[in-house]
Design a protein around this ligand. Structure first.
Ligand SMILES: C[S@@+](CC[C@H](N)C(=O)[O-])C[C@H]1O[C@@H](n2cnc3c(N)ncnc32)[C@H](O)[C@@H]1O
Length: 416
């Protein structure tokens, strides 16, 4: 059965739920065959790859752009700034960073090295008071690390969240009082503590004077990023403002690994050479046997068993294990270290992890953006980042909102 994929493996590969695949089977979009013994649906690998090719290669008709020019100089305070993925994206859209806070010294060095004029506030957010930015900043952004709250009563208040980094995010928003605040996080926040963590965050933002726009998870592949990464976006609008915020519209054009690493629409040159991690010989010997777009299921059965150990018998797709990315598909989500067993993303032609520069390109950083620290520190900074192009599209949505806000505000002031 090595030319076939199970329903769950196919679902993981094409990024759709099993229900959609069953519907596609009924509608003839992707036909399954029945496994003779179990009668379960299985899919021919060649059919799945052909479909992935269609999904990812298609250059569709002319797109409507999210681009919008700022009518004024809009300023951002970026919290949990990391190595600047979101900050560079927001800058690219036309927003100005007035200050960035980050605790990690290597990430702070990266920010300073690339943007000597940026005001980088290095240290624990808890130790900073941002009152001097009150009414001076249009937007506060931040990818606060997700932590559980302890629930005393029914409705979580700001004080109850003390000790968490979301508390710090909300505390700064309260101190600065921007027109709009944007939190970003992983999709997992939707289901964290059965949704209670997210509900708690929404109720805290409500308490400090912000209405939260219905939360969306944006897929980076829809925003000019050659990677299947997702970010949950939490948008708060100050309650005195009656202007609708709209998420950036997804583009149809999907970029792939070739767009990331070779000269083309995304970059003017092939990816520059750079340092990178290596696989230990034992892992290299195994990955040598895996073709592009393949994974552990493509190995001979005895090697599958040896490589997967106990996981072999546990079921589930585990399509990230012993995975080699293909040129004509977007990369799977990059993590903070490139050679982990659950999340291997081997180069298509060479048996090695992506180099630091290849990592940065898959996250759509410009080639000029240099990272500080050891190679492991550099991978971590890149793996933690919001893809720059996603940040840029989010930036356009913020600028659009602020243009409308100031238009209405100025009109009201003229009348009164
Ligand atoms: C998900 S990363 C942010 C990525 C960043 N937005 C980007 O696009 O590159 C979260 C960051 O929060 C930082 N962080 C964690 N605890 C912190 C604290 N107490 N104070 C300030 N920064 C903190 C981490 O060092 C990490 O860089």
């Amino acid at each position: 059965m090595s030319e076939y994929l199970s329903l769950s493996e196919t679902a993981e590969l094409v990024g759709k739920c099993k229900e959609t695949l069953r519907r596609w089977d009924n509608e003839g979009i992707l036909n399954a065959v029945r496994e003779p013994v179990s009668n379960y649906r299985v899919y021919k690998k060649s059919d799945v790859h052909a479909l992935l090719g269609n999904l990812f290669d298609d250059i569709k008709e002319e797109e409507v752009s999210n681009y919008v020019k700022p009518n004024h100089n809009y300023s951002v305070l970026e919290l949990f700034a990391g190595a600047g993925g979101l900050a560079v994206g927001l800058e690219k859209s036309g927003l100005k960073c007035v200050a960035l806070n980050e605790i990690d010294k290597w990430a702070c060095n990266t920010l300073r090295k690339n943007r000597p004029h940026w005001n980088v506030l290095e240290g624990d957010i808890k130790d900073f008071n941002f009152s001097k930015y009150k009414n001076q900043v249009d937007v506060v952004t931040g990818g606060f690390p997700c932590q559980a709250f302890s629930y005393a009563g029914k409705k979580l208040g700001l004080k109850d969240a003390r000790g968490t980094l979301f508390y710090e995010f909300a505390r700064v928003v309260q101190e600065v009082s921007p027109a709009i605040c944007i939190g970003e996080n992983v999709r997992g926040l939707l289901s964290h503590e059965k949704g209670k963590t997210l509900q708690g965050m929404i109720s805290i933002l409500d308490e400090i004077g912000y209405n939260v726009v219905p939360v969306q998870v944006l897929k980076a592949i829809n925003y000019k990023v050659p990677q299947k990464r997702e970010r949950l976006i939490l948008v708060g609008i100050r309650k005195d403002i009656d202007i609708k915020y709209e998420y950036p519209k997804p583009y149809k054009r999907i970029y792939n690994l070739s767009d990331a690493l070779k000269k083309g629409e995304l970059y003017d040159t092939n990816v520059p050479k750079s340092d990178g991690a290596k696989y230990p010989q034992s892992k290299k010997d195994v990955l040598d046997l895996v073709p592009p777009k393949g994974y552990w299921r493509d190995l001979p059965i005895d090697i599958q068993k040896e490589y997967m150990g106990g996981s072999f018998y546990l079921g589930g797709g585990k399509t990230g294990m012993a995975r080699r990315i293909g040129w004509d598909e977007p990369s799977l989500t990059l993590t903070c270290s490139p050679a982990q067993k659950q999340t291997e993303r081997c180069h298509p032609d060479e048996t090695r992890p992506f180099t630091v520069r290849e990592y940065a390109r898959i996250q759509t950083f410009p080639d000029e953006w240099k990272f500080d620290g050891s190679i492991a520190q550099q991978y971590k900074q890149i793996g933690n980042a919001v893809p720059v192009n996603l940040g840029c599209e989010l930036g356009y949505s913020i600028i659009n909102f602020l243009n409308n806000y100031y238009l209405v505000k100025n009109q009201k002031e003229e009348i009164s």
